[in-house]
Ligand binder design. Structure first.
Ligand SMILES: Cc1cc2nc3c(=O)[nH]c(=O)nc-3n(C[C@H](O)[C@H](O)[C@H](O)COP(=O)(O)OP(=O)(O)OC[C@H]3O[C@@H](n4cnc5c(N)ncnc54)[C@H](O)[C@@H]3O)c2cc1C
Ligand SMILES: NC(=O)c1ccc[n+]([C@@H]2O[C@H](COP(=O)([O-])OP(=O)(O)OC[C@H]3O[C@@H](n4cnc5c(N)ncnc54)[C@H](OP(=O)(O)O)[C@@H]3O)[C@@H](O)[C@H]2O)c1
Length: 467
């Protein structure tokens, strides 16, 4: 396909901010649509996907079919299988029978796509998005941090529409922020684990806080690297248990467009109750990782004795401080047991999760409409609700957990969401999408209007002869 030439000064039809898997998927699906002028910006110098957690054995928690494009367009040249073909790895992959590929492999695939798509611009940090009513265009201001630390002159791009895919940022609980901010202390977020693993392993006693998947993978990695009987590891977290992630076939149907539509149509207060109640769908630990941890601990008991490890869920880190002796003191609470204690440790890994990057920093000038909790309103086409005078559209990807449910960050819905956005943008069925995606029917859908109560009463079976 020969791309349609565009005048260099022509505004873009769509500018994407952030190039994680979500917007990379959209950029890949937009690539063959040569009538669309698109550009995508990311602050990093190149594509990266949670690099601090690219542990050798860790696998992606969705099958490889949930790549950037396949679930919207299996014929796309940007599929994982085409990446393997390009790398001459199709046959080994075929015999390996890996439905869940390694995280490093998924990262390499995304980099393969990112290196080839001409619409991507790395090293561009977007600072603000404004609406210019005179030209009916969005103005996107960016800076280009240079390698030597000096920023290039700021730039501006113009677009009719914008899609935000700015993802999440590491969450450090407030009591631990002063310690994590001190570069002299080995207190770090899981997102930086691999960069600092050697420093951590040099510490006498290590504590991992957080019993989600990141905490589990880091605990296992540290455990495997410590000598038997001298592990000196604590693993604690607020979650009630080292709980397995829901991975039953029907449970996984919560990650379908059908569930997304059902969830979006629920009242706000119901949605807000549902997300935390579904925690085992999006938090918790993959059962294979739990098994690997148990195996490793068990192996260490084979010649007698117990490993020098403490694994306690349901524990809250209330406060923390630095001791004069150089150690770190964590003040712990077990709310169920009503007990408190202090733990002295030499290094801490905070596997305490991520939070959506706030949109406010970028969108202050657009003042998106907000719900009762102050979060942006997002409609079924992934559009932010803006003042009607703004005739362009701001779409969001992975900023809609509160409106679209647990599937929002899931890689398995990325291609469908990208296609939904492109269909809306192009006003057609550019990517035909299935009407039905789950065996589960979420919610009741009355086929006929409800009968009035009097008529229904007349049809009831009599309770007894003659009544
Ligand atoms: C460790 C980890 C593992 C995960 N594994 C899985 C998994 O196996 N399966 C699954 O379904 N989900 C997984 N997730 C959840 C989710 O799918 C991923 O977090 C995924 O990276 C989300 O993609 P994204 O594009 O929305 O955001 P991100 O990957 O966070 O990318 C956002 C990008 O936006 C850029 N950016 C932000 N602000 C600006 C700005 N102002 N200007 C320019 N660029 C900006 C950032 O630099 C970043 O590159 C995982 C999450 C984590 C934390
Ligand atoms: N291999 C992979 O593909 C892979 C690897 C890593 C992560 N992931 C995915 O990435 C997402 C994030 O996972 P995550 O493990 O980083 O985060 P997470 O699931 O949000 O877990 C964070 C953990 O930290 C705990 N915590 C937070 N503050 C605390 C405090 N003050 N004291 C004690 N504990 C505290 C949380 O407890 P509460 O439950 O009480 O908040 C929870 O146990 C998940 O969807 C996960 O599946 C995937």
């Amino acid at each position: 396909m020969t791309p349609t030439p565009h005048a260099p000064e022509a505004p873009h039809d769509l500018i994407g901010i952030g190039i994680g898997p979500a917007n990379l998927s959209l950029a890949a699906l937009a690539h063959p649509l040569t009538h669309l002028r698109t550009a995508f910006y990311d602050q990093h110098p190149r594509f990266t996907w949670h690099p601090g957690l690219l542990l050798d054995d860790a696998t992606v928690q969705v099958p490889f079919l949930a790549d950037l494009v396949t679930l919207a367009d299996p014929t796309s040249p940007w599929s994982f299988l085409n990446h393997l073909k390009d790398r001459e790895r199709l046959y080994p992959f075929y015999f390996a029978e890996h439905f869940h590929v390694r995280r490093t492999e998924y990262d390499a695939y995304c980099r393969w796509v990112a290196d080839r798509l001409p619409t991507l611009h790395f090293g561009h940090r977007v600072d603000a998005v404004r609406w210019n009513p005179e030209h009916a265009l969005f103005e996107i201001d960016f800076t280009r941090p240079a390698a030597d630390g000096e920023a290039a002159p700021p730039g501006r791009a113009r677009a009719r529409n914008v899609v935000l895919g700015i993802g999440s940022e590491p969450h450090v609980p407030a009591p631990l922020r002063p310690l994590a901010a001190d570069p002299a202390l080995p207190v770090l977020h899981a997102a930086d684990y691999l960069t600092h693993r050697d420093t951590l392993l040099a510490a006498g006693h290590i504590t991992v806080v957080g019993t989600g998947q990141s905490g589990a993978e880091i605990f296992l990695d540290l455990l495997r690297r410590r000598p038997t009987g001298r592990e000196r590891l604590h693993w604690i977290g607020r979650t009630e248990a080292f709980a397995p992630m829901e991975y039953s076939k029907l449970g996984l149907e919560h990650f379908t467009p059908d569930h997304t539509r059902y969830f979006h149509a629920l009242p706000e207060h119901v949605r807000d109750r549902l997300v935390p109640a579904q925690w085992q769908l999006h938090k918790a630990i993959d059962a294979a990782t739990i098994a690997a941890i148990h195996d490793e601990l068990y192996r260490r008991t084979l010649h007698g004795g117990w490993p020098d490890t403490v694994l306690t869920p349901g524990v809250h880190v209330r406060t923390a401080g630095r001791l004069a002796t150089g150690g770190i003191e964590l003040h712990l609470e077990h709310p169920r047991q009503h007990t408190r204690t202090r733990l002295t440790t030499d290094a801490v890994v905070l596997a305490t999760g991520h939070r959506q990057r706030p949109l406010d920093r970028l969108l202050a000038a657009l003042a998106p409409h907000r719900d009762r909790a102050g979060r942006p309103r997002v409609d079924e086409h992934f559009r932010l609700t803006l003042d009607p005078s703004v005739t362009g559209t701001v779409y969001v990807q992975n900023a809609e957990l509160h409106t679209h449910g647990v599937g929002a960050p899931d890689l398995g819905l990325a291609a469908w969401r990208s296609a939904t956005i492109l269909n809306h943008l192009t006003g057609g069925q550019t990517y035909p999408l299935p009407a039905r995606t789950a065996f589960t029917t979420f919610g009741l859908r009355p086929r006929t209007p409800q009968a009035p109560p009097t008529r229904r009463a007349a049809r009831l079976t009599p309770l007894a002869e003659g009544t």
